[in-house]
Design a protein around this ligand. Structure first.
Ligand SMILES: *[C@@H]1O[C@H](CO)[C@@H](O)[C@H](O)[C@H]1NC(C)=O
Ligand SMILES: *[C@@H]1O[C@H](CO)[C@@H](O)[C@H](O)[C@H]1NC(C)=O
Ligand SMILES: *[C@@H]1O[C@H](CO)[C@@H](O)[C@H](O)[C@H]1NC(C)=O
Ligand SMILES: *[C@@H]1O[C@H](CO)[C@@H](O)[C@H](O)[C@H]1NC(C)=O
Ligand SMILES: *[C@@H]1O[C@H](CO)[C@@H](O)[C@H](O)[C@H]1NC(C)=O
Length: 533
């Protein structure tokens, strides 16, 4: 009603309202335009990949470079490729945890992914979001599932490292074999070792006083004196043993307090004896024994001997060659027997209380007498643990498909290393360790629990009886690992050339060889004659 009142203003008002309508119209259109532009911009921000790649595809459709596409940070091809890599890792992990369903699903998505990638490469056209999305989301879902079921990132890293390690070891084995085929071995140390043995044996027969000397040493009260520091070495390699002994005394404050108990085989007995009788060791005591002296080490006592004499086992170890009892100690394969002597330390040294076991492929770099005063907390075996690297866990050495193993042991239990161990022989006898060893060795008569080596038997025998030592006591891997930290090596009390690339072989890793060579007297007349250094 009130509107009607100012009737006279109507024409003016109508003109103004037309203008207003025009203005509103223009604003609306401008607003719409702005909205559309803004929106498009946002879409571009959200999906730079799709917009940009499809644009460039439209521009230069024929000349798409798929290599560049794979390297581009924004392409779907790149994303798919990255996901394949990750998914493959999860396949390995899933398989390892026997989750075959997940492994299968992942593999099938990986195949889809690869198919899409190869299609894109063939048609030379980038992958679009429509193509990539279903696969990416399915893969992401599966990987989420994998992560959810305890395959966390540390498991992933551990598993990947383990596989890398396995590959590396295979590569090294191939190197070693290749070297053998190349007759490298023929011109390297083994021949020199043989030559050294011959010269030492000659000297033994030339010099009758050596025999008297050795008998004197054999009865030395120092051999059973528990106030001295006792070291055990089981070896068939004179040169290696001499480097172990020399490096130990060279770094000891009081070498005259050290006693070395060496056990070797018949072939190396006289050379070993002669070497240590004719080379000064700064007042230390060295006792050399022949494994054949141990009459208690017979088939009725040791399951290992029994197994080694067993016909079938013999075929396994010796490739079917006929062996008689007498010959067993002569066969070089019986080195394994020397290795197994570490399970008979109290039998070999009935009156000793503590001994340090050294493998013949170690080099000592610090005074080891401190080891004897470490508190082992009632444990039998002081050893460095090796599961820091993740993969040296029980499941790696033992057959966990067998209930005798899986019922008693944790597959993730930490492994440890032989090579430098301090043994409390009193605790050993208290815990009946030797009979534990016999029990496991007997159970493994069919080689179901583990295949070869002394470590698996050790892991079972000393289970719950191992005192972990600081890792710097014993740094491992110098016989296969090319990338050990220099500072770690420098800080190590003992470095261990475990692996195929022993320092006395041509194959040795040159970076570490000097660590061993500095304890070998290459000026010794026999070594000079035998080794072209
Ligand atoms: C594709 O790109 C890569 C890396 O930029 C280049 O090395 C390669 O030569 C290119 N291939 C073709 C066919 O252009
Ligand atoms: C076998 O060893 C046991 C003890 O270890 C010993 O009593 C026995 O006499 C040995 N047998 C032979 C034939 O030496
Ligand atoms: C592991 O143990 C199981 C059960 O005893 C056996 O069937 C399997 O052959 C063993 N594996 C190996 C590699 O010996
Ligand atoms: C050790 O063996 C002896 C007999 O050989 C036995 O009497 C003793 O109980 C065993 N000790 C342990 C801890 O098994
Ligand atoms: C022991 O090592 C030292 C170097 O530390 C060396 O001079 C010496 O000749 C070595 N002795 C023997 C017997 O090899």
């Amino acid at each position: 009603m009130r509107r009607r009142v100012p009737d006279f203003r109507r024409p003016v008002r109508r003109r103004i309202s037309v203008w207003i309508w025009w203005l509103i119209g223009i604003f609306v259109i401008a607003g719409l335009l702005l909205f559309v532009v803004q929106h498009q911009h946002q879409v571009q921000l959200d999906l730079p990949n799709q917009e940009m790649t499809s644009q460039s595809a439209d521009d230069s459709h024929a000349s798409l470079n798929f290599t560049e596409e794979l390297l581009s940070t924004t392409s779907f091809a790149r994303q798919l490729n990255d996901q394949i890599t990750l998914a493959k890792a999860y396949v390995i992990i899933a398989k390892e945890h026997s989750n075959l369903q997940l492994a299968w699903e992942l593999s099938s998505q990986i195949r889809n992914c690869q198919r899409l990638l190869s299609q894109a490469a063939v048609r030379a056209k980038p992958i679009t979001i429509e193509e990539a999305h279903p696969i990416v989301s399915r893969l992401s879902h599966l990987m989420y599932k994998a992560q959810d079921s305890h395959y966390d990132i540390s498991t992933t890293i551990v598993t990947l490292k383990k596989h890398a390690q396995a590959l590396e070891e295979r590569a090294h084995a191939a190197t070693a074999q290749g070297a053998e085929f190349a007759q490298l071995a023929a011109e390297s140390m083994p021949k020199a070792l043989h030559c050294l043995n011959i010269k030492l044996t000659e000297e033994w027969f030339r010099n009758p006083s050596l025999k008297t000397l050795s008998e004197e040493q054999r009865n030395s009260p120092r051999l059973v004196d528990n106030n001295l520091y006792h070291f055990c070495i089981f070896s068939d390699n004179v040169l290696a043993t001499s480097a172990v002994v020399n490096s130990t005394i060279s770094n000891a404050e009081h070498p005259q307090q050290l006693v070395f108990h060496i056990v070797t085989d018949r072939v190396n007995y006289k050379p070993m004896l002669t070497w240590f009788l004719t080379n000064d060791c700064k007042g230390c005591t060295v006792n050399v024994r022949n494994i054949e002296e141990f009459s208690w080490l017979n088939a009725s006592y040791s399951p290992l001997i029994k197994q080694l004499l067993d016909k079938e086992t013999k075929a396994y170890y010796f490739g079917g060659k006929d062996q008689n009892d007498e010959a067993k100690f002569r066969n070089p394969k019986f080195v394994s027997l020397l290795n197994h002597l570490r399970f008979y330390l109290p039998e070999i040294h009935p009156s000793l209380e503590k001994v340090v076991l050294l493998d013949d492929d170690v080099v000592v770099q610090k005074d080891l007498t401190v080891l004897f005063s470490l508190d082992l907390h009632g444990n039998v075996n002081g050893a460095v643990e090796t599961c820091l690297e993740g993969f040296h866990r029980f499941y790696r050495y033992l057959n966990f498909s067998d209930t005798r193993i899986s019922a008693k042991f944790d597959p993730q239990a930490c492994g440890w290393a032989f090579g430098m161990n301090i043994f409390d022989l009193i605790a050993w006898k208290r815990a009946n360790v030797t009979s534990r060893y016999h029990n496991w060795q007997e159970q493994n008569a069919d080689r179901m629990l583990w295949k070869t080596g002394t470590l698996p038997a050790g892991l079972l025998t000393f289970y719950g009886l191992v005192e972990p030592l600081d890792r710097r006591w014993h740094v491992l891997g110098l016989g296969y690992d090319l990338e050990i930290d220099d500072r770690l090596i420098e800080s190590a009390a003992v470095v261990h050339f475990n692996g195929n690339m022993k320092p006395w072989l041509k194959l040795a890793i040159s970076r570490y060889r000097h660590l061993w060579e500095r304890y070998v007297n290459f000026a010794h007349p026999y070594l000079k004659d035998c080794i072209m250094h």
